[in-house]
Design a protein around this ligand. Structure first.
Ligand SMILES: [Zn+2]
Length: 489
């Protein structure tokens, strides 16, 4: 854990360069560099065989639709870790891996692997991946898009005879769990490969009492704590990790482009705040004598919003808070109270206790620490003033991940080339985004350098059946991966 900063409240405001408008700030990804001129739309060429639209577009879209029907529920899409539908989805993906000419296997965390050794099997491997699990009532693109586009690109290389010319091994991994729906523990698959999954995770249980180990055993996969440690890849055997994912925000749609590079993934802190007051009758306790935790919680939540909207008004950039920290916060900080509960919850009772969650995300880890420090101090002061007790518990921390500049630049060049190939137009540049949502690349960054490509999705909507990526954008993503893989031949 990073050390706490001694950022003091400011009595004057600092003028900062406005980076983003508010609607972009509220999305899960946002544009870092707007100083580029971009066409409002891209036209896609039709037909010509070197564009491989029958594989990168038609077949990829058909596969996404097919995978989208593999669900544990009749009425909606849901695939959780090691559920029957997850296993069926893994089998389907394995067939597609074989169709692309890859050697396949399933590891002891249920990850599905497809690998081609290339000309030099002892060279460091490129890993490409995303997750095969989904949230409940999911869309068909989150996770699946990264797997399907990678396999399409490799299939094109196989058919054109290029696969055998790759100078290093390439491996596609469909991770068994990223969403964490069943065990409330994200990245089960990728964290195991990266060697950062605690062995105690095997004994975490779901709502019906089945452990991670038990869920794997139900599918005839035996895993012990020792096996889990052996799943970690040797960092010396890996060259880098690339992931294609839907943007889950509206920026690419706003700028009219199908693809954007990811600069980094925001760090995150989750808090649980409990406010205890004095329970009483709604009609008989005079207003002056109340210790109402609900009113206190409301003030705390408004404080959180103000602090995160205008961090520069609350933090100074003297001492350990540098100007760049404060500026980075102004461009990337987002805070949310997503869950609140009261006890007892009744219309004629002043509650005795209110509990709510706080989710804070930012690209700058020290800045996020400064915000948590400042927020906690101010919250305790408000609780003192209102004569209620406050308990702030830190439930989860994940540091921000910065994508590797070299690998990102290679992926960016490939993306540029791919967009030019399918549109016939010259772009000025490819946009650079930041991810507010976590991805498998976060776990994989503990193993190797990572780069990510975001794909435009309609309205920025994800984790919903309304999630949508156009057929042409699926094509563009596959073409970008193909162009990237071609540089390895
Ligand atoms: Zn995802």
């Amino acid at each position: 854990m990073a050390t706490l900063l001694q950022c003091t409240p400011l009595h004057h405001s600092i003028s900062l360069i406005p980076i983003l408008n508010l609607s972009l700030l509220l999305s899960s990804s946002f544009l870092l560099l707007l100083a580029i001129s971009l066409p409002s739309t891209i036209r896609f060429s039709e037909g010509t065989s070197f564009l491989h639209s029958e594989i990168l577009k038609d077949e990829a879209v058909a596969r996404l639709n097919e995978l989208g029907k593999v669900s544990d529920a009749q009425e909606f899409l849901a695939r959780t870790f090691q559920s029957p539908a997850s296993v069926r989805a893994g089998n389907l993906i394995r067939l597609w891996m074989e169709d692309a000419g890859l050697q396949t296997w399933v590891d002891q965390m249920g990850n599905v692997h497809g690998r081609y050794e290339g000309l030099n099997p002892s060279e460091k491997a490129l890993l490409i991946g995303s997750h095969l699990d989904t949230v409940i009532d999911a869309g068909i693109f989150d996770g699946a898009l990264g797997i399907v586009t990678a396999l399409s690109a490799l299939k094109v290389l196989n058919i054109s005879g290029m696969l055998g010319k790759l100078r290093r091994p390439v491996e596609v991994i469909a991770f068994s769990d990223e969403e964490g729906v069943r065990f409330q523990s994200t990245f089960l698959g990728s964290a195991a490969i990266a060697g950062v999954l605690p062995v105690s995770t095997l004994h975490v249980h779901d709502k019906s009492g089945v452990t991670v180990q038990g869920a794997l055993r139900e599918n005839s996969i035996e895993i012990t704590e020792e096996n889990l440690l052996q799943l970690k890849y040797d960092p010396e055997s890996v060259w880098g990790y690339v992931e294609v994912h839907i943007e889950q925000g509206p920026v690419l749609e706003t700028v009219g482009l199908p693809l954007g590079l990811v600069k980094g993934i925001a760090g995150q802190t989750r808090l649980r705040v409990t406010v205890k007051g004095s329970q009483g009758h709604a009609g008989t306790v005079p207003m002056t004598m109340r210790q109402d935790p609900m009113a206190a919680a409301a003030e705390l939540i408004v404080l959180l919003e103000s602090l995160c909207k205008q961090p520069e008004d609350y933090l100074s950039y003297d001492g350990q808070c540098t100007a760049s920290t404060v500026q980075s916060l102004a461009g990337s900080l987002v805070c949310t109270v997503g869950e609140i509960s009261t006890w007892p919850s009744a219309s004629n009772v002043i509650p005795g206790q209110v509990t709510f969650t706080v989710d804070v995300r930012a690209m700058d880890d020290l800045g996020r620490e400064a915000i948590i420090y400042e927020l906690s101090n101010r919250m305790y002061r408000i609780c003192d003033k209102r004569s209620v007790l406050c308990l702030i518990e830190r439930k989860h921390d994940a540091n921000a991940v910065v994508c590797n500049p070299g690998l990102s630049s290679q992926l960016k060049s490939a993306t540029y080339a791919a967009l030019k190939r399918i549109s016939g137009e010259d772009l000025d540049d490819v946009p650079i985004l930041m991810s507010g949502a976590g991805h498998d690349a976060m776990a994989m960054s503990h193993l190797t350098k990572v780069a990510m490509l975001f794909v435009r999705c309609r309205g920025g909507v994800s984790h919903s059946p309304a999630e949508h990526v156009s057929d042409n954008d699926v094509w563009a993503a596959g073409m970008a991966l193909l162009a990237f893989l071609e540089t390895l031949a």
